[in-house]
Design a protein around this ligand. Sequence first.
Ligand code: NAP
Length: 188
Amino acid sequence: MLYHIVAMAKNRVIGKDNRLPWHFPEDLKHFKRRTTGQTVIMGRKTYDSIGKPLPNRENFVLTRNAEIATPPPGARNDVIAREQSDRSNLRFFNSIGDALGAFKTPDAYIIGGAQLFEQTMAMVDGIYLTRIDQDFEGDTHYPEIPEIFEEVEIERLQENPQIDVVYYERKPDDALKSSGEAGVKIND
Ligand SMILES: NC(=O)c1ccc[n+]([C@@H]2O[C@H](COP(=O)([O-])OP(=O)(O)OC[C@H]3O[C@@H](n4cnc5c(N)ncnc54)[C@H](OP(=O)(O)O)[C@@H]3O)[C@@H](O)[C@H]2O)c1
């Protein structure tokens, strides 16, 4: 299964100056719990922001720079190959399709940033959305969630500010057909 996992402020902000604009340990624990043992897929800017592959997970990074797509093993002259030699859980891809075709874990989580979320919204089976009930200043926003998803579960993580995780699931194809939804309508 393929998911988004994202933390978003009340005003839909998810990032500022290539960083998270907040620090909420409860949310980081939730993120770790969910993604450990799975594959995390991220844009190059998010990878730069994290600075290293996340441990105990396969890390796939999207970049359009063909020179840093993961070279074949043993490509000795490649700077990135040498840099990656002790990072067996890190791979670079030039297309989302290639990355999605390559994960071997049961689940893969698209972990950001906005560019990746936008391009994969129509592809995921579910969305783990951490909602922070507070506005934050920022320059990166999570896209609107289309009506092909329905809210199925809410887990409270923290009281003040109120933080909860809403799990959205893609509606079954039959339900979409009978309601005439084509994936373009937006949830409120
Ligand atoms: N709140 C959260 O849950 C959360 C989670 C993650 C990130 N963030 C925040 O989001 C911000 C970063 O988001 P962003 O939208 O600016 O960047 P991003 O999505 O992390 O990365 C964008 C980069 O990914 C590569 N890319 C994008 N689409 C691609 C495609 N189809 N094929 C190949 N490569 C592709 C390109 O890399 P190249 O330029 O190398 O070609 C592009 O510049 C930061 O502020 C970060 O802290 C927040």
